[in-house]
Design a protein around this ligand. Structure first.
Ligand code: ATP
Ligand code: KDG
Length: 318
């Protein structure tokens, strides 16, 4: 059987600087602590996680022509993700400061790096047309020019028959843009999949309870499958009239960074082959549970991860 057409994730490829209070370096040269530096960016993470569950994937975005940028792209390629990079000579690659508390919850501070400079005329139309699915995040929608680029990419994708997924990305930004404006923008995307967490779902709809949020999201995005991520409560999927409840795993949280991105990449990597939302959701929960028990959005793969993925019949590329 020929390979399926790739998932193409459009948006941010950045560096995460991960700091937990007990891992910070002390002044005066105490080097027993550490701050971890790891490739990140929501869109890039989704591409990596689709690849890690064995689905062909690609990343498209703007990156600074600097050591961080070059290394981040090499890292993607080592993960088996094809990269389509618009290099920005004068803007550094984005950096995200991630502070992690003792319970594993994270707060992020995002710099406006090269990813905020992608312009519509820089998009490689053919790359989009040849993909099978386009994933975007709201990080691309908050400002121009990346907003115009993302809207054009979605238009090109839909004309070529690709399905489109959309992650609302940040409840703070939804509040900043304003609910009505955010809805106007994103309804126009007409996505096939919407993947908010509970905060984002609440900010978008004004509803509080997960079931009400789900229902309201269906009203906003009538053609979409809605996946509501509920952290340690697992996730809900509304696929037409079918409601699927996914239990979270029992993994002990160390760092929640990238849990949502890994959920999304693993779900899409399974669903785009199987069209089975239950099995895809179960794999996503297993993968996200593995991620929260480790530091960073893409901790180095180990045999436990391989076993979790293999249970669903997939194997990550060597
Ligand atoms: N404490 C936890 N225990 C088990 N699984 C978890 C836990 N936290 C998150 N997960 C898993 O990760 C998925 C995504 O987490 P969450 O709902 O926090 O999304 P998110 O806010 O988008 O994540 P991120 O931290 O990447 O922004 C959940 O649906 C669940 O499967
Ligand atoms: O830009 C942000 O704040 C993100 O959410 C991006 C990613 O999720 C973050 O880099 C984790 O890898």
């Amino acid at each position: 059987m020929s390979n399926p057409r790739p998932l193409l994730a459009l948006g941010d490829l950045t560096w995460d600087v991960l700091a937990k209070p007990d891992t910070l370096l002390l002044p005066g040269g105490d080097t027993t602590g550490r701050v971890l530096l790891m490739g990140g960016g929501s869109a890039a993470n989704v591409a990596v996680w689709a690849a890690r569950v064995g689905y062909p994937s690609a990343f498209l975005g703007a990156v600074g022509r600097d050591r961080f940028g070059e290394f981040a792209v090499q890292e993607l390629e080592a993960e088996g993700v094809s990269s389509h990079i618009v290099w920005k000579p004068h803007t550094p690659t984005g950096v995200i400061l991630v502070l992690i508390d003792a319970a594993g919850q994270r707060s992020m501070l995002t710099s406006q790096g090269a990813d905020f400079e992608l312009r519509p005329e820089e998009l490689p139309s053919q790359t989009i047309q040849q993909a099978g699915h386009l994933h975007i995040t709201a990080w691309s929608l908050f400002t121009d020019p990346p907003r115009a680029a993302a809207l054009r990419a979605v238009g090109t994708a839909q004309e070529a028959g690709l399905s489109v997924s959309f992650d609302p990305a940040s409840f703070q930004m939804i509040r900043e843009i304003g609910r009505e404006e955010f809805r106007r923008l994103t309804r126009g995307l007409s996505p096939d999949f919407v993947l908010p967490n509970l905060d984002e779902g609440q900010a978008l709809t004004g509803a509080r309870h997960p079931e009400d949020v789900l229902e309201a999201l269906r009203g906003l995005y009538p053609k979409a499958m809605v996946l509501l991520k509920l952290a340690d409560k697992g996730a809900l999927i509304l696929d037409g009239e079918r409601l699927i409840r996914l239990e979270a795993t029992q993994d002990q949280p160390v760092d929640a960074t990238g849990a949502g991105d890994s959920f999304c990449g693993a779900f899409l990597g399974h669903y785009l082959r199987s069209y089975d939302p239950l099995a895809a959701g179960q794999l996503a929960v297993q993968v996200a549970g593995w991620v929260i028990a480790r530091f960073g959005a893409r901790p180095p793969a180990d045999t436990e991860l391989q076993e979790r993925i293999a249970r669903y019949g997939y194997r990550a590329p060597a």
